[in-house]
Design a protein around this ligand. Structure first.
Ligand SMILES: [Ca+2]
Ligand SMILES: [Ca+2]
Length: 167
């Protein structure tokens, strides 16, 4: 009778130990999953920032639809030069607040699937150079990566002409 009792106690202790070990293992794998998700979000944010940067440069180059090297109201708004679809050619939209980076008016949000890039331009040094910023951010996450690229306007006659002739 006495031995039966101690067998039960031992059995319960073994069970308790096993469930503690299982709980610890679950916690470790939860942490692993979160680390992997953060890494994945950061990598995707980096790609979104890169894609945004390239799309913006392309949009600038395609802003001039009538080939007069200026981007203004005489050009046609289309999907290539109006990435955020607000009816304003991105180049002129950004110049509105090119020297005011804190303002949202000159910023452009490019959505592509569940990826998003927020783009703005520091045109303080125009027409010598402009710096394009692109912040990639997968939707539903707090992860973001930011890239910046300076473009010497003398290296691109289209951008140079656009800045000099923008309204
Ligand atoms: Ca033009
Ligand atoms: Ca636009």
């Amino acid at each position: 009778m006495k031995e039966d009792g101690s067998a039960l106690v031992i059995c319960l202790m073994v069970l308790l130990t096993l469930s503690l070990m299982a709980t610890a293992a679950l916690q470790v794998s939860n942490i692993d999953i979160r680390i992997s998700k953060n890494y994945k979000d950061n990598v995707q944010a980096g790609y979104a920032a890169e894609a945004g940067l390239e799309k913006m440069i392309d949009s600038f180059k395609r802003g001039d639809t009538n080939g007069d090297t200026a981007v203004n109201s005489s050009d046609t708004v289309n999907a290539n030069n109006d990435l955020d679809g607000n009816g304003v050619i991105d180049f002129t939209q950004i110049l509105v607040n090119g020297n005011n980076l804190g303002s949202s008016a000159g910023r452009i949000t490019v959505n592509s699937g569940d990826m998003r890039a927020l783009i703005w331009v520091d045109a303080t040094d125009a027409p010598v150079s402009v710096t394009i910023y692109s912040r990639g951010n997968p939707s539903g996450t707090h992860s973001y990566e930011e890239l910046a690229q300076s473009i010497g306007c003398s290296a691109s006659s289209i951008i140079n002409g656009a800045i000099n002739n923008a309204p």
